[in-house]
Ligand binder design. Structure first.
Ligand code: S3P
Length: 460
């Protein structure tokens, strides 16, 4: 097949992963039935749904597909039925009968967001829960969240490696307090605020969490949608125990999930590196805490416009239009910006490889803590394609060139974002890449390869 010269057309990306995880997990706080429209049906969110089903929630496809028969897909409408926190704690779910010897086992798969945010919920529930994941997740740091939850009164027992899953969390005896995070993590913030809602009270009922810099605020937007009060001042947020701040049961509420900017990022980068491209991505969530990819591509010369700006469940949403420049300019990304788009750095690194000049990313050591050591993998993969790249302790320097030679190994390491970046690189490489396994794309974007192909146009 002739090689595509540019991307043209419209592509609808799957639902936002962060918002879907939160919509599902926070429904454990509510009573009633809610529809989550346009949810992400990829493996990570299915892991969240299956953990919640083990806790007693009913989560099925809106088309009637039973929850345990759901398979990885893009956008999906889900129906969640929850009987309220109290039932969850003491009702017909197995965990009321668990003992330290037989905790309820929850499998988070590959999903760090599932494991970390869910820990905040479990810390507030009486009982013992064993959380585990796949090989990659069980290597990732959980002490950042579990250390703080222990300070709130949760008991954590690692089995056996300190700071890693599997671990048993025993909850139900939380007190509030003030927590200052050393990592700018929206996941940890979400877990602590969620735990803060489950503090028994009445003493020490306030929980205050400060992040070192701005992070995505989907948690606060979801709280607003559900009517959960909080006080936010910059990077500090305070919640009160629900028993005090919202003594009536929280009613379940429908959620509409916008498209995921982190998935859109692959198309934005692909279009930006192929002169002559122009694409539209409708209904994408553009939370201010996720703005890095658009800011950086604009700095590099791409013309990006937000059309039909609107708000859905307090989340800003718009149709994104991108027109590629003739040449991309190099740019730098500093520590303050990194949390606004850490998931997009693999794709942006590819844009740097095709820009005029030298680009530098710093303050991104956190990249080593993702589904793989993304810092090492990005540098190695680009270097294998002939790109001049230097790995730093906390980032990388890329010398852009007009073309990508290609022809080298592109390791995917069971990491969806590495695999998708590889498929984009393949579009522009002079020689085909030796791409690793691509099945991991189902973790966040089943059908990505087909969607990319639909946009790819051959010049006539
Ligand atoms: C997420 C936050 C980010 C991001 C992850 C999803 C979230 O992680 O990398 O993919 O939904 O809160 P950290 O909060 O650990 O930085």
């Amino acid at each position: 097949m002739a090689k595509a010269r540019f991307l043209r057309g419209t592509v609808l990306v799957p639902g936002d992963k962060s918002i879907t995880h939160r919509a599902l997990i926070f429904s454990a706080l509510t009573s009633g039935e809610a529809r989550i429209s346009g949810a992400l049906g990829a493996l990570d969110c299915l892991s969240t749904a299956s953990c919640l089903r083990r806790l007693g929630l009913t989560i099925d496809g809106a088309d009637g597909t039973p929850g345990d028969e759901l398979r990885a897909t893009g956008r999906i409408d889900l129906v969640v039925k929850s009987a309220g926190l109290k039932t969850l704690q003491s009702g017909a779910t197995p965990f009321s009968k668990t003992t330290r010897e037989s905790p309820l086992v929850l499998d988070a798969g590959n999903s760090g967001t599932t494991m970390r945010i869910l820990s905040g919920l479990l810390a507030g529930l009486p009982g013992h829960f064993l959380l585990s994941g796949d090989q990659s997740l069980n290597k990732r740091d959980m002490s950042r969240v579990l250390g703080q939850l222990s300070l709130m009164g949760a008991q954590v027992e690692y089995r056996p490696v300190a700071g890693k899953a599997p671990f048993v969390i025993s909850g139900g005896h939380l007190h509030g307090g003030t927590f200052v995070l050393s990592v700018a993590s929206a996941q940890v913030e979400a877990a602590l605020l969620l735990a803060g809602l489950l503090v028994a009270g009445p003493h020490g009922t306030a929980t205050t969490v400060t992040t070192p810099s701005k992070v995505r605020d989907h948690t606060l937007k979801a709280f607003m949608h559900l009517g959960i009060p909080f006080i936010n001042e910059g990077t500090t947020t305070t919640v009160q125990a629900l028993a005090i701040s919202h003594p009536a049961p929280l009613a379940a509420k429908d959620v509409t999930v916008p498209g995921d900017i982190s998935s859109a990022a692959f198309f934005l980068v692909a279009a930006a590196i192929m002169p002559g491209s122009s694409i539209v991505i409708p209904a994408v969530g553009v939370n201010a805490g996720r703005g890095l990819v658009v800011d950086v591509l604009r700095r590099m010369g791409a013309k990006i416009e937000y059309k039909n700006a609107r708000e859905v469940n307090y989340e800003p949403v718009c149709d994104i239009e991108l027109v590629a420049p003739d040449r991309l300019l190099a740019t730098d990304i500093g520590a303050g910006e990194v949390p606004l788009g850490i998931d997009e750095l693999p794709a942006l690194a590819l844009a740097f490889a095709l820009a005029d000049g030298r680009s530098r990313v710093s303050g991104a050591a956190e990249l080593k803590e993702k589904e793989s050591n993304r810092l090492g993998a990005i540098c190695q993969n680009l270097s294998n394609q002939g790109v001049k790249v230097e790995e730093l302790a906390d980032g990388f320097i890329v010398d852009g060139a007009k073309t990508l030679a290609g022809g080298g190994q592109w390791a995917t390491l069971h990491d969806h974002r590495l695999a998708m970046t590889g498929l984009v690189a393949e579009l522009v490489a002079a020689k085909p890449l030796a791409l690793g396994d691509l099945d991991c794309i189902n973790i966040s974007y089943p059908g990505f390869g087909q969607d990319l192909e639909k946009l790819a146009q051959v010049a006539v």
